[in-house]
Each structure stands twice: as C-alpha cells, then as structure tokens.
Design a protein around this ligand. Structure first.
Ligand SMILES: NC(=O)c1ccc[n+]([C@@H]2O[C@H](COP(=O)([O-])OP(=O)(O)OC[C@H]3O[C@@H](n4cnc5c(N)ncnc54)[C@H](OP(=O)(O)O)[C@@H]3O)[C@@H](O)[C@H]2O)c1
Length: 279
C-alpha cells in the first residue's frame, strides 16, 4: 500500500534561510513518512488572505515564524491552552477547513536546556527581551518553577508590562517574577541568562552588562545563524554558551509530534544539517 504524501510549509518573512523544511524532512526519514514541506514567503499584510487560501488547499499543517506568530494567534479558529497564554502560534494544524493553533517554542527551549544539562528548578534566571520570543517561552519557563525569574529589556517598560501580564501564572507556579534592577535588591549574578532579543542582528553591543556574567553562568542565545555580541561576550568571560539551534530543532520535533503523533529523535539532527552543509 502506498501512503499519500501530506503537505506542510513554513510561512514567514524573510523565509529564504529557514532550516525548518530540512529538519522536518530529516524527521520524516526516520519513519519513512512521505511528506512535502515547503517554505513560503508570507508578509503580515497578506497573512489573513494567505491562511484562507491554505485552508482550501492540500496543506495539513503550517509552521509560522517571524513576524507572523502573534497575528497567527489572532486568526486561528482554535487554540491550545499554551498558545492562548503566550498569545503566539508557531504550529497550525488544518483540519475540517479550520486552523488549530499551537506553540512549541517554549517546549523547544526547555528541552534544549535539559539536553545541555541545565536544571532550571533551582536556578536564578534572567530572561533578556520582551518581544514575541521572550513571551513565547514564558509559560514553559514558569512551569519549570525556578525560585525567581528576572526579566529585562532595552525598553524596560515592556518588561514591566510582561511582569504584570504573567504575574498570576507565576504565582500559581510559586515563581517570583522580578524586573531586574527595578524590583528590590539584585546581585546581578545569574545561573542562567537567556537572550531572547534580536540585538545580534541590529547591533554589535550585547544587551547585557559584563557584571551579569561570570564563568559559572550558563549563557543561552535563542539566535542561531550568527555569533551574537552576547555569545562573544559570554565566551570572553569564559562562561558556557549555547546558541538557539537546539531550540529550533526541539520546537520542530514538537510540531512534528503534533502533526504526525510520532516523536522524532533529535540527537543527530545538528550533525546531519552540518553534513548537508546547511549550517
Ligand atoms: N531558536 C529558536 O527556535 C527561536 C525561536 C523564536 C525566536 N528566536 C529568535 O529570537 C529573537 C527575538 O525574536 P522576537 O520574535 O522576540 O522579536 P521581536 O518581537 O521583534 O522582539 C525583539 C526584542 O529584541 C530587543 N532588541 C532588538 N534590538 C535590540 C538591541 N539592539 N539591543 C537590545 N535589545 C534589542 C527588543 O527590545 P525593545 O523592546 O526595546 O525594542 C525586543 O525585546 C530573534 O533573533 C529570533 O530569531 C529563536
């Protein structure tokens, strides 16, 4: 019996350099699953009409990337609990002509941190950034129940808004949510610093100060295609540094699971991408 190829795509702008098709096709190979996965340029202004078009076509699912995740959240007919909390959608399943939205960025981050041997349960964490990426991982970070989660951002008012938005969820999970430098005393010494800003693309200055890093600090940057000033800074301080490629792979694995109900192995994906000269 021949199974029919299901069709998927990642949408966003710009989309040319997306690794998602390669990652999903490597996952599909693990199960001999016939699958088509494209990358499609979709801008914010045309998202609504594009999604309507996708519904009427043969697509079974879509991944959504920058800058569309929040608007995709607004346009899906059904949402997972986490998508509702984070107001973000990166995974759409198309069933019965309806768009079901989910977000897997938070799971992706946490799984990558675990793969890297990081235990968030007792860690003093600083999350840098207050945009889509930072808010998109907040639910999963809070659910790890670190004693305190510190927030900071270039525009500090946005961290304060973030604090008030996430306050009740944090209290429910016994997490103290603080804005770094604003809420009382802060030693500025963190076990884990997660950079969720896009500063690496627009500036050659790290968004945090040297004083916040020492050689015991685990420094994680969600960016993966370039070495950011934050990564360089952390290396200079002899801290342990990871980029966000593992997060990208792990969030893709969770999307794959949502669509196919199969859990792909992720361990060798980086080396396979390297072999294919994609990274
Ligand atoms: N690895 C993964 O799977 C994954 C998943 C999602 C996102 N990401 C990455 O995460 C990054 C952020 O994405 P996003 O969706 O949150 O973008 P966004 O919504 O546009 O937010 C950008 C954030 O970066 C800050 N920022 C920008 N330029 C800065 C600078 N020069 N100095 C200090 N802060 C600066 C902004 O601060 P202001 O508020 O002050 O403007 C804001 O907090 C991107 O690089 C994206 O590729 C990676």
């Amino acid at each position: 019996m021949t199974s029919i190829s299901k069709q998927f795509a990642v949408i966003g702008h710009p989309i040319k350099h997306s690794l998602s098709p390669h990652i999903h096709l490597l996952f599909a190979e693990q199960f001999d699953l016939p699958m088509v996965y494209e990358k499609l340029e979709v801008e914010l202004e045309t998202l609504l009409s594009s999604l309507d078009k996708f519904k009427g076509q043969k697509y079974s699912g879509l991944n959504v990337t920058l800058p569309l995740k929040h608007d995709a959240y607004l346009l899906c007919q059904e949402l997972s609990e986490k998508s509702q909390l984070c107001e973000s959608v990166n995974t759409i399943s198309i069933r019965d002509n309806q768009l079901h939205g989910d977000t897997t960025d938070g799971v992706g981050l946490i799984r990558d941190l675990i793969n890297n041997g990081i235990n968030l349960n007792q860690a003093k964490i600083l999350l840098v950034g207050a945009g889509g990426a930072a808010n998109g991982v907040m639910a999963d970070l809070i659910e790890c129940s670190p004693p305190t989660l510190h927030l900071t951002n270039r525009t500090i008012k946005k961290s304060m808004l973030m604090q008030s938005y996430w306050k009740s969820f944090a209290i429910k999970n016994s997490v103290s949510l603080k804005v770094s430098g604003i809420d009382g005393e802060d030693s500025f010494r963190y076990d884990v610093i997660i950079n969720a800003t896009s500063a690496g693309f627009s500036s050659n200055i790290s968004p945090i100060e040297d004083i916040m890093i020492n050689k015991e600090t685990y420094c994680y940057d969600m960016t993966y295609s370039v070495e950011t000033p934050f990564m360089k800074q952390a290396k200079n301080m002899n801290a342990i540094v990871s980029d966000g490629l593992g997060m990208l792979i792990e969030q893709a694995a969770e999307s794959f699971y949502i669509w196919h109900k199969k859990k792909p192995k992720t361990k060798n994906i980086k080396s396979q991408l390297k072999k294919l000269k994609l990274i």
